[in-house]
Design a protein around this ligand. Sequence first.
Ligand SMILES: [Zn+2]
Ligand SMILES: [Zn+2]
Length: 126
Amino acid sequence: MAEAGQLCVVCTEPLTETSNADCMRCGQPFHLNRRNDIPGKDCGNAWINDASMSLEFACEVCLSLPEEEPEAEFSLDDVLDLDEAAEYAGWHPEQLQRAADAGQVAHRKTSRGIYLFRRGDLPHLP
Ligand SMILES: [Zn+2]
Ligand SMILES: [Zn+2]
């Protein structure tokens, strides 16, 4: 497990007591602020996997890699990008993006502006 003092694979600074994690993709330690109530450094992102109901996280290095390879090994089958989610829901991507921006569909927007949806959150057209 990542511990305070280990060097972050992203920014190479030491991890802190409240900002640390092991990347689930490359296995390297990185800054992930585990506290909402205090400011902390984030060198990656975390999200909830609906299938396993567990927190998953990855460092900025892995998140910035082109997503050429399928992510099945990370059990991210239920995390869909805008096009996939739109196809799944039977919507146009623009329609889904508007609904997401309007707060009508649960989603997460990455720091790079990519929309991510969870399969279970998506509305279904009859
Ligand atoms: Zn860092
Ligand atoms: Zn990583």
